[in-house]
Design a protein around this ligand. Structure first.
Ligand code: NAD
Ligand code: LMR
Length: 328
C-alpha cells in the first residue's frame, strides 16, 4: 500500500476546519485514491475539541484516513508533513478589515514558519488561509532556509470562485463555462478579479456580459467585499466555502486538474507584471505538472488592469513594511 500523505491542518477546532477535515478524509484534497494522515494542530485550550473532531472523523469510517495526530506542539504537528494548511488565526468581526488582524495573527506565522522549515519534509507545500493570508504567508516564507519559499502560497481561490459564480449568474451560463478568470493581488478589497482575460463558453466574458458599467461596478465590488457581506449576514466569516476553496487550491496544484486554465494562487512574486519581488501576490497561475506551478506570462494588461494590479501590489508592499520586524 502507498504510504499516506501527511497533511497538517492548523485551527483544527475552528469553523472552517469543521468542514475541511472531513472532506480531506474523503479524498477531496489529493484524490480519491490517496491515503492521508491528518495532523490536527490547535492551541492547548482547543485540544479537547480537536479530540471530539477526531472521534467524528473515526465515525465517518473514511477508508482513506490512515491516522490522526492531535497536538499544539508545532514541531510534532508539522513533523515530516507533506502539506500544511495554515487556517488557525483570528477571524475578523463586523466593521473590521482583514489587515486589522495583521499584528495579532502575523506573529502566529513567525513560529509556524520556523517550525515548518525545521520539521516538515523539505519539499512541503504550504497554503495559508488565516487572514490577512498573503502577508501571513510572506511572514512564514521569510524564515524558510531548508524548505522552498516558492512553495509557500496563500488563498485567493475563494475570490476566483466568487467571481466565476457572479459572471455565471449574470450571463445565465454555468460556472463550468467560465474559464481563465484570475484574481490579482491581495485577499482584500483591493483585489482585482480580472474579467478581461476571462471567457464564457469560449467568448470574451466582457462581450457576453455586454455591460462594462456592471463589470467595473457591482461585479467588482461584490467580489471584493463578499467576505464582509457574509460576516454581516451570518455574524461569522465564511467557513464551508473557504474550506472548499482550500481544497480546490491544493487539488489543482497537486494533480494538475484544470491544466490549461488559469488558477488564482497567491505566490511569492518573481517580479512579474511589476509586482515587487517576494510579495505574496495573487497571479493567474498555470499548473504545469504535479505540484508545479508557474505565473502565466505574456498577459497584455490594459491601462485599467495595470492600475488595478499596481493598487493591490502597493497595498501588499505597505503590509510588508508594517510587519518588517516579523520578517527573517
Ligand atoms: P475560528 O475562530 O472558527 O477558528 C480559528 C481556530 O484557530 C481556533 O480553533 C483557534 O483556537 C485556532 N488558532 C488560533 N491561534 C492558533 C495557533 N497559533 N495555532 C493553531 N491554531 C490556532 O476561525 P475560522 O472561521 O476557522 O477562520 C480561520 C481564519 O481563516 C481566520 O483568520 C479567517 O479570517 C480566515 N479566512 C480566510 C479566508 C480566505 O479566503 N483566505 C476565508 C475565510 C476565512
Ligand atoms: C472571506 O473572504 O470570506 C474571508 O477572508 C473572511 C473575511 O474576513 O472576509
Amino acid at each position: 500500500m502507498t504510504s499516506p500523505v501527511k497533511v497538517a491542518v492548523t485551527g483544527a477546532a475552528g469553523q472552517i476546519c469543521y468542514s475541511l477535515l472531513f472532506r480531506i478524509a474523503a479524498g477531496d484534497l489529493l484524490g480519491k485514491d490517496v491515503p492521508v494522515e491528518i495532523h490536527l494542530v490547535d492551541l492547548p485550550v482547543a485540544l479537547d475539541a480537536c479530540r471530539g473532531v477526531v472521534m467524528e472523523l473515526e465515525d465517518g469510517a473514511f477508508p482513506l484516513l490512515k491516522g490522526t495526530v492531535v497536538t499544539s506542539d508545532y514541531d510534532e504537528g508539522f513533523g515530516d508533513i507533506d502539506v500544511a494548511l495554515l487556517v488557525g488565526a483570528k477571524p475578523r468581526g463586523p466593521g473590521m478589515e482583514r489587515a486589522d488582524l495583521l499584528k495579532d495573527n502575523g506573529r502566529i506565522f513567525v513560529g509556524q514558519g520556523a517550525a515548518i522549515d525545521r520539521s516538515a519534509k523539505k519539499d512541503v507545500k504550504v497554503l495559508v488561509v488565516g487572514n490577512p493570508c498573503n502577508t501571513n504567508a510572506l511572514i512564514a516564507a521569510s524564515g524558510a532556509t531548508r524548505t522552498d519559499r516558492k512553495n509557500y502560497t496563500a488563498m485567493t481561490r475563494l475570490d476566483q470562485n466568487r467571481a466565476m459564480a457572479q459572471l455565471a449568474a449574470r450571463s445565465g451560463a454555468s460556472v463550468g463555462d467560465v474559464r481563465n478568470l484570475a484574481v490579482w493581488g491581495n485577499h482584500s478589497p483591493t483585489m482585482f478579479p480580472d474579467w478581461f482575460g476571462a471567457t464564457i463558453n469560449g467568448r470574451p466574458a466582457a462581450d457576453v456580459i455586454g455591460d462594462d458599467a456592471w463589470l467595473q461596478g457591482d461585479f467588482l465590488t461584490t467580489v471584493q467585499k463578499r467576505g464582509g457581506a457574509i460576516i454581516k449576514a451570518r455574524g461569522k466569516s465564511s467557513a464551508a466555502s473557504a474550506g472548499n476553496a482550500a481544497l480546490d487550491h491544493i487539488y489543482s496544484w497537486a494533480t494538475g486538474h484544470m491544466t490549461g486554465d488559469f488558477v488564482s494562487m497567491a505566490v511569492p512574486s518573481d517580479g512579474s507584471y511589476g509586482v515587487p519581488e517576494g510579495l505574496v501576490c495573487s497571479f493567474p497561475c498555470r499548473i504545469t505538472g504535479p505540484w508545479q506551478y508557474e505565473i502565466v506570462q505574456g498577459i497584455e494588461l490594459n491601462d485599467y488592469a495595470k492600475a488595478a494590479v499596481k493598487r493591490t501590489a502597493d497595498e501588499l508592499a505597505a503590509e510588508r513594511e508594517a510587519v518588517s520586524e516579523m520578517l527573517s
